[in-house]
Design a binder for this molecule. Structure first.
Ligand code: COA
Ligand code: NAP
Length: 272
């Protein structure tokens, strides 16, 4: 199936965009002709992502920044703007995750995930605002099913991503009049990602358990998420803002029991 979008010459900024789902989004925009700025903490990830984007024929800028550090996000946004001009599309997807029961979670363990996922998303959106194309910019926040489905061993992520959903809605209210749209994508189980490596057993039977919990019968791909991010950034979605859209093969409609069982097996294996 060939799906094509045209973002020729547009400036796309992806925070947490150097690996996994977010890198997949950055690559898809690059293939569609965009200039892409990607940011994350680790220089080696940033360098590798820039090499990947450049190999796709895109002009790419790599930025080392920690979303927990408001100042470092501000500096990265200013550099991205200096290089490629006003931001047409902003993706905020940096996240941290691990499995832990609340009784095994220190105050700092809870805080670190809230700091990255929720406070980080606030910093990224707030610091981008002066540089967004107004009217016309599209912001995509990457949330997760845990934002609405309570999951054992994920108290920190459930709390943080629920906050991301609400930030998405509130910013849609406040920035709508300036012509800025903000939507969130909630990916399901996406194959080959760090998130899935941390949350589900890597054995064939473990992966099968995850697959069988999805009505469409397969795990998602980074392309599935990228296609939705691109659609949301086209004029075809020009009346959409403040939405949180699952892209999960229907996974959130099923009982989450299989996913929790998978997570429980993985946590037990980690503790052994
Ligand atoms: N169970 C319980 N607590 C844990 C934990 C686990 N598996 N892993 C980390 N923590 C706690 C630490 O013990 C620490 O708390 P403490 O100071 O009270 O001991 C706290 O979390 C911070 O850990 P630290 O390793 O210092 O944080 P960091 O800033 O270096 O890394 C993480 C942040 C922990 C989220 C790390 O996993 C990360 O960088 N993740 C990014 C990639 C990722 O998670 N991808 C999947 C996205 S879905
Ligand atoms: P991933 O590969 O670990 O991606 C996380 C990215 O964020 C990395 O590029 C990482 O790079 C960066 N990052 C982490 N902490 C950061 C910080 N403090 N500041 C700046 N950048 C930081 O994970 P993934 O599985 O693809 O997940 C991507 C997104 O999808 C996340 O928002 C996650 O919650 C969401 N999601 C994933 C799934 C799934 O199936 N995988 C399902 C639902 C939702 P550095 O290490 O270089 O900083």
């Amino acid at each position: 199936m060939s799906i094509s979008f045209d973002f020729t010459g547009r400036h796309v900024v992806v925070f947490g965009g150097t690996t996994g789902i977010n890198l997949g989004i950055a690559c898809s925009f690059a293939k569609a002709g965009a200039h892409v700025s990607v940011a994350s903490r680790k220089q080696e990830n940033v360098d590798a992502a820039v090499a990947t984007l450049t190999a796709l024929g895109a002009q790419a800028l790599g930025l080392v920044a920690d979303v927990r550090d408001d100042e470092s996000v501000g500096r990265a946004m200013a550099r991205a703007h200096e290089r490629f001009g006003d931001i047409d599309v902003l993706v905020s997807g940096a996240a941290g995750n691990f499995l832990a029961e609340v009784n095994d979670l220190s105050s700092n363990g809870f805080k670190v995930v809230v700091d990255i996922d929720l406070n980080g998303t606030f910093h990224v959106m707030r610091r981008a605002y002066p540089y967004l194309k107004k009217p016309g910019a599209s912001i995509i926040n990457i949330t997760a099913p845990q934002s609405v489905i309570p999951m054992r061993y994920q108290a920190h992520v459930c709390a943080a991503k629920a906050g991301v959903d609400q930030l998405t809605r509130v910013l849609a209210l406040e920035w709508g009049p300036a012509g800025v749209r903000i939507n969130a994508i909630s990916p399901g189980a996406i194959e080959g990602t760090e998130g899935m490596r941390r949350l589900s057993p890597q054995s064939q039977s473990g992966q099968e358990m995850v697959r069988s919990s999805v009505p469409l019968g397969r795990m998602g791909t980074t392309d599935d998420i990228a296609h939705l991010a691109m659609f949301l950034s086209t004029d075809a979605a020009s009346y959409m803002t403040g939405t949180v859209i699952p892209c999960d093969g229907g996974g959130a409609l099923e009982s989450v029991k299989p996913m929790i069982e998978a997570a429980g097996q993985q946590l037990k294996a980690q503790k052994a």
